[in-house]
Design a protein around this ligand. Structure first.
Ligand code: GTP
Ligand code: MG
Length: 342
């Protein structure tokens, strides 16, 4: 393969929604079912993100046909501000989003804000109508697909769920989006799918993953092409002091490869920083997303992946700034100019 070869990379999925509606619990549940389904070690924790490989998703979803993506990379967006500052070249950093709405609480101010941001950044999204287990009278079947568990509910509970979903669908409509329960959507290009789930019991999670993969496969394949041997590009997610390493940056690499020894240009407070990658660090197995504990050193990372980068001169680096590897055929001046103008 040479550096112009293309492949489909892992789509970056961010999770947004009103406070306490269940974003973190949803991610924990997805990670948990993935860990339960995977052979030991198959799930990798990346900095600020979780990658779920496609064979694990297939085992959770049991699709009719094999999926055609390497997996899904989920990021728990710490607030809308972070979401809006985290951009890749020319657009939103995430390829798709999950908008989490508490089905018993409906649209709230931050839900509306999130919808506006998704609209503005033209990010395709699905709605996870969360906490169906908390609808009065709900009988839980752990980890069941929605249709299966819904069929087991009383008529009254079914009606209550439908009414709550219609409220959400109406609120989406008021914000300019056509929406429907996901299993009634014919065209995901024009209609937002609403997937009833419980992040607590795992009900509906297979459906949510299925819709996400379907959305990515059908509508994003163009924007998901990456050059698996091309020079890496990413976005700084966080700038952090790390004992023994000085200032490090957590980077979400969305294209190409980053290797130890690479010359990189990183957006800084005043001027772009030119430096050399000293170390690439991945959290070791099962470490919680933002826990600082243990890191494994790796020689290279391939998009899409989150990684902690140690390099000199990073004190002025900024969250949201571009991180670009200077490739063999690149002029340093061109790359610096590009980073400056982004
Ligand atoms: P912030 O990060 O503070 O915005 O909240 P969040 O959206 O990440 O919500 P979080 O996952 O922390 O969940 C908030 C509360 O809702 C916690 O007490 C969860 O246990 C509870 N919760 C989340 N999902 C569910 C669910 O599906 N069912 C029920 N019954 N409770 C849930
Ligand atoms: Mg949270």
């Amino acid at each position: 393969m040479d550096e112009n070869d293309e492949a489909i990379r892992t789509p970056i999925v961010s999770v947004l929604g009103h406070v306490d509606h269940g974003k973190t619990t949803l991610l924990d549940e997805i990670r948990g079912s993935a860990v339960a389904e995977a052979e030991a070690g198959a799930i990798t924790q990346h900095i600020g993100s979780t990658v779920v490989p496609i064979d694990v998703i297939e085992r959770i979803c049991n699709p009719d046909e094999e999926f055609d993506l390497p997996g899904l990379l989920f990021i728990d967006t710490p607030g809308h501000h972070a979401f809006t500052t985290l951009r890749s070249r020319g657009g939103a950093l995430s390829d798709i989003a999950v908008l989490v709405v508490d089905v018993n609480d409906g649209f709230q101010p931050q839900t509306v804000e999130a919808v506006k941001i998704l609209d503005r950044t033209e990010t395709p999204f699905v709605v996870a109508a969360n906490k169906i287990d908390a609808v009065p009278g709900w009988k839980t079947q752990e980890d069941a697909p929605f249709a299966e568990t819904f069929a087991e509910q009383s008529e009254r509970v079914q009606n209550d769920v439908e009414n709550a979903l219609y409220e959400i669908i109406g609120d989406l409509h008021d914000n300019g989006f056509q929406a429907d329960r996901y299993d009634r959507v014919n065209d995901y290009r024009s209609t937002i799918g609403v997937v009833p789930v419980s992040a607590e019991t795992g009900e509906g999670i297979p459906d949510l993953l299925m819709v996400l993969v379907g959305l990515a496969q059908r509508f994003l394949t163009e924007s998901l092409t990456t050059r698996p041997n091309g020079s890496g590009e990413g976005t700084v997610v966080e700038v952090k002091e790390k004992k023994g390493l000085g200032t490090t940056v957590d980077v979400l690499v969305y294209d190409g490869v980053v290797e130890v020894g690479d010359t990189v240009v990183v957006g800084g407070q005043l001027d772009p920083i030119v430096t050399e990658v000293r170390a690439l660090l991945e959290p070791s197995e099962k470490v919680e997303i933002n826990e600082e504990d243990e890191f494994n050193r790796v020689d290279r990372v391939v998009a899409a992946e989150g990684v902690k980068v140690a390099a000199p001169e990073l004190d002025d680096a900024m969250a949201g700034a571009p991180f670009v590897v200077v490739g063999e055929d690149d002029e340093l001046g061109d790359v610096t100019q590009r980073v400056r103008s982004e």
